[in-house]
Design a binder for this molecule. Structure first.
Ligand code: PEP
Length: 249
């Protein structure tokens, strides 16, 4: 089976902690108005929690899906400030990012916690987008594969049935928000490494996105790589024309 043929492209925008109701409305209107240029590619946006209702209302029935940027590992209870997986489902979320490098670095999220969050998300019916990636120091020390394998291990340990419902995103930390992008070949090398692990688990069809300063100008060359199934896009997802051009690529 050629799994490349059945892995439909997916482009997800990560709005991070940006937006107001007014700017979101303009962005969402721009996306809906321009999405006819996008073919054979699933599109989604991951918005800050307070705006999920606004995003759901604007995108319902458009073909663009939506999600959140983090989730609690707990189902409910005395966890002030946390957001439960079922609450995201209540807002029509399909996706949730887990293990974004900013959460790992700034909020101390461990590989184990990331796997617990992914598992809780799956249990509620969400599709986790599990992010992995090495720092610049780790890359320069030649530790990229080792770091990715370590980050993935507890997630893959959830088993093939669970992993089959996920999306993975390779986001080298040194390329996030820096303007630096892995070359298509550098990215492909890591994606092939991840694909080998998925194949060993029996789920080669799982989509693996690339993230890190993806723009309309570099999307085409990245998407030409056989194991890159789309992109997780930060900064460029805040500009509708740019995000649409990435998805159209
Ligand atoms: C991200 O936030 O996941 C990301 C890849 O950001 P940027 O595209 O801005 O590098």
């Amino acid at each position: 089976m050629n799994t490349a043929l059945i892995r439909k492209r997916l482009v997800i925008g990560n709005w991070k902690m940006h937006g107001t109701q007014v700017s979101n409305a303009m962005l969402l209107t721009g996306l809906c108005a321009g999405m006819a240029v996008v073919h054979d590619c699933d599109m989604a946006v991951c918005a800050p929690f307070p705006y999920l209702g606004q995003v759901a209302a604007a995108l319902h029935g458009t073909g663009i899906s939506w999600g959140a940027q983090d989730v609690s590992k707990h189902e409910q209870g005395a966890y002030t400030g946390e957001v439960a997986p079922a609450m995201l489902v209540d807002f029509g979320c399909k996706w949730v990012l887990v293990g974004h490098s900013e959460r790992r670095a700034l909020h101390g999220e461990t590989d184990g916690l990331v796997a617990e969050k992914a598992s809780a998300a799956l249990k509620a019916g969400l599709a986790p987008v599990v992010c992995v990636g090495e720092t610049q120091a780790q890359q320069q020390a030649g530790q990229t594969h080792e770091v990715i394998a370590r980050q993935l291990a507890p997630v893959l340990a959830l088993g093939a049935e669970s992993v089959a419902k996920m999306v993975l995103a390779y986001e080298p930390v040194w390329a996030i928000g820096t303007g630096l992008t892995a070359t298509p070949q550098q990215a492909q090398d890591v994606h092939a490494f991840i694909r080998a692990q998925l194949t060993e688990l029996g789920v080669p069809q799982v989509r693996v996105l690339y993230g890190g300063s993806v723009k309309a100008s570099n999307a085409l060359s990245l998407f030409a790589m056989s194991d890159i199934d789309g992109a997780l896009v930060g900064g460029a997802s805040l500009v509708p024309e740019e995000f649409l051009r990435i998805a159209a690529a």
